[in-house]
Design a protein around this ligand. Sequence first.
Ligand code: FES
Length: 638
Amino acid sequence: MTKSTVIFQPSGRRGRVNSGVTLREAAQELGVEIESVCGGKGTCGKCKVVVHEGFFEKYGINSRLSNLSPMTDSEKKHLKNGEIASNYRLACASRVEGDVLVYIPEESRGGGQVIRKAAGELDVSLNPAIRKYFVKLKPATLEDPEGDLERLLKELEKTHGLRNLKIDYPAAREMPEALRKGGWEVTVTVWQDKEITWIEPGNSERSLGLAVDIGTTTVVGYLTDLETGEVIEVESMMNPQVPYGEDVMSRITYSMTHPEGLKEMHRAIIKGLNKIISKVTKKAGVEARDILELAVVGNTCMHHVFLNINPEYLGLSPFPPAMHSSIDVKARDLGLKANPGANVHLLPIEAGFVGADNMGVVVATEPHKQDKILLIIDIGTNGEIVLGNKDRLLSTSCATGPAFEGAQIKFGMRAAPGAIERVKIDPETREVEYKVIGDAKARGICGSGIIEAVAEMFKAGIIKKNGNFNPEVKTDRLRKDEKGQYEFVLAWAKDTSINKDITVTLADIRAIQLAKGALYTGCKILMKRYGVDAVDKVILAGAFGNYIDKEASMVIGMFPDCDLDKVVAVGNAAGDGARIALLNRDTREEANKVARKIKYVELTVDKDFQKEFMMAMHFPHMKDKFPHIKNVLDRIPG
Ligand code: FES
């Protein structure tokens, strides 16, 4: 295999890579981060790099643009003429065919994502599925040569009342050594009062678990102390399955069209979780084998692929999941590097697309225990909605797309340093104030930033109800781009780290309209089926964590009118649900019961779906009234 030298600037990382790999793959190999929202599919246009041509004596290479594969159509689509003339390429589309020196512009440099799925306090009584028991045994003698296991079982029954225990194979293997090393004193881990899953010499009190939320785009792991409920470390990463498809449907298609597709995606998520395990345990100064139990949530497709179960049938009517009820699997069977006896609990699945992640949200927000009618909206790449109270619950899912996560937005980016996350626009002067994540200059807009930007543009009369720009507005921030389309400048080039104006384009607004229209339609159809015109409380959950501005989200019409005091943002409720299931085994049973009671509503077959969706594309809605933000809407100029 021929090798070529690739040097990345400004970091100066260099290495010899196999010819034929993409620049993005070369960067990954050399540990250089390049922004990639689409995971290298050539659809987001975020991985722009510049090739410097010439002989670089310092490095001894002759870098040529022609040392890369010819420009592809997707590159031509994403690169402007000026950029093409300046040797710009997309890193994920250009293959290395010779030596190159590549410069990564500021806007394409990946930055560590700010974990917005941080762990808040949970109100949960501690009753985890595993418990540790310390036992002292009488040593075996010639007069009493009973087997180690029988001796141990008798003692566990005598001192702790545990009967009919089975022993898991790794624990059985560990037992004779542990007993002798501990001088016949051992700590026994028992799962659900049924099975001995681990044996350690002496008295070991540490009991750790890992709660995991596998989102379509982001994966989060919470290393948790099972004795105190405290989260010790949190680690998140981009879901390593993103390269196989941005959303659930494209991953299902990938597994259908590639004979090894399911296996590849399964391996990718297991590898990713092992990375999370290694990071959290290292940070906490513990071993991976200290993780004795795991609880996992994810939508149905993530759930199936994690278990290496074919997700194909989820994509075909009537969309049945492989199973509804919760399932327990040994971590070792999945290839997870936790304790060899550790068990992985997956929460139940409601319906085809409403999965264990939504059950996590239900476990965390408990609509099934309320008199009041709750509308719970979990905003992610797929929006999942639950409506109801203790008497009756309905759920649905809608394809919101990744716009709320900063993807499909011209200057969209992840919630990383440099992302505009808050926006205010003066309705008179149309001047903009914004807040950036971290101590950095602006280089893009994240999900919460784009929602606020659009809401503020609407409030200031810059965009109309139908999402079009209002050309009457007098401000030099409103201008036409090179294609003659209006755009609004949020940040001037001089104030950014990318030396470019950061704008909101008409296409960005359309992407937000589609996403929010899908959510609103979902809420409306559920409310119609439920027979209510209003709800008592709206709960916003999802990737934004607590950062979503509730007024802005109502101003753009993400959900029907409600008293703003009754709208609460709860952060990553799916992850909270996984933590609760990790800490309290009774909630697992309860989740199974509630999951069976929730009725799934398929939106697209509703006769009003198209009409409702069209009306919901307007800001905040074509016809529906919003009495609770009337004062805000009445002030809109024009
Ligand atoms: S990563 Fe290259 S276009 Fe998205």
